[in-house]
Ligand binder design. Structure first.
Ligand code: HXC
Length: 303
């Protein structure tokens, strides 16, 4: 990475932030969750990448090892409860415990609702929602306070981070399947924080990314909108980077996030709040001056 870009992507966190922690990252072979895994590793965690494609996982792991990151990978489909259990067992065999689970595996595509078969809708729900549940359930015995390999019965529990979206804040065209799936994941984040916080010490949080450059998600979902038009809808006027999401994940996974549970953090440059600008700024200033003048005149005539 060239000078200015490397500087912009320097981590503001200390290098030891996640020292001694073990993280399982689904969808960690590429895109957003590859960078999450990478930053976890660069901040001292051992990481396991889980995904469906062994070749992608292998390449990703090799690239992380070149940065001296302790990494392993395990092939599996989050839709299968057996694969989820096997993946968590692999993490514990490899590194002795599990501290952090990042649910990043997701499926999506653009389709008008009337073009979706029942199986298409179900497929996305199965990957995003049921997959997240399967992974949380499989990781629970290891994440719970006193769980396998954890320090002492009185120690802290682990952390779950669910990567969701803002699609379902309001509504999004042609993504009824993914919007429903992600709404359910946000609900699961809240339910698990309620149920697994008190006795088990597990924190559950979410991250809802906005449009992130150079990801499969953008290729599949963003093709119909020009970069210029997209930027008009992002108040901070830049596309997101995988780094932006990784920094949020570091924050939530670390002690800095130790009183955050049940909450989903939106990391989108203000994108979902965006509305078209109603009037030019100058016109608004002039109009408000006129209104001010009229109110003064009305006030004076009332005296
Ligand atoms: C309509 C479609 C379709 C499309 C697939 N289907 N693509 N229907 N329009 N474009 C239908 C198929 O016809 C089939 O239904 C059903 O969906 C299942 O498709 P399969 O290909 O058999 O499933 P599978 O191989 O499991 O693939 C799952 C997938 C695929 C979701 C369809 O795209 C995938 O694996 N994607 C993973 C990567 C991904 O999508 N990444 C982007 C995540 S972005 P029938 O009835 O014919 O059997 C993301 C961000 C969200 O999640 C937030 C953005 C801001």
């Amino acid at each position: 990475m060239a000078g200015a870009a490397a500087e912009a992507e320097k981590s503001p966190f200390e290098k030891e932030l996640l020292a001694g922690k073990v993280a399982l990252v689904t969808g960690g072979g590429s895109g957003i969750c590859f960078e999450v895994a990478r930053q976890f590793g660069l901040h001292g965690a051992s990481v396991v990448l889980m995904g469906r494609r062994p070749d992608v996982l292998q390449t990703a792991a090799e690239s992380l090892r070149k940065e001296s990151i302790q990494v392993e990978h395990v092939q599996g489909d989050v839709r299968s409860a057996d694969d989820a259990t096997r993946a968590v067992e692999f993490v514990i065999e490899s590194f002795g415990k599990i501290d952090i689970l990042v649910n990043g595996a997701a499926g999506n595509f653009l389709s008008p609702a009337e073009g979706l078969s029942s199986n298409a809708f179900k497929t996305v729900i199965e990957i995003d929602t049921i997959g997240t549940f399967n992974m949380c359930k499989a990781a629970f015995p290891g994440l719970r306070r006193g769980g396998k390999g954890r320090d002492g019965a009185d120690g802290e529990g682990g952390v779950i981070i669910n990567i969701t979206a803002t699609l379902h804040y309001g509504a999004t065209w042609y993504q009824s399947h993914a919007s429903a799936a992600k709404a359910a994941v946000d609900s699961l984040t809240r339910s698990l924080s309620l149920e697994w916080g008190p006795d088990y010490g597990i924190r559950t949080a979410g991250i809802a990314p906005g449009p992130i450059a150079n990801t499969i998600g953008m290729q599949k979902l963003g093709a119909l909108v020009s970069e210029e038009d997209r930027l008009k809808n992002i108040p901070l006027r830049r596309m997101g980077k995988t780094w932006d999401i990784a920094m949020a994940a570091l924050f939530l996974a670390s002690r800095a996030g130790s009183w955050i549970s049940g909450e989903t953090l939106v990391v989108d440059g203000g994108h979902w709040l965006s509305k078209p600008q109603a009037f030019p700024r100058d016109a608004v200033t002039q109009a408000s001056r006129r209104v001010e003048k009229i109110s003064r005149e009305v006030g004076a005539s009332d005296k």
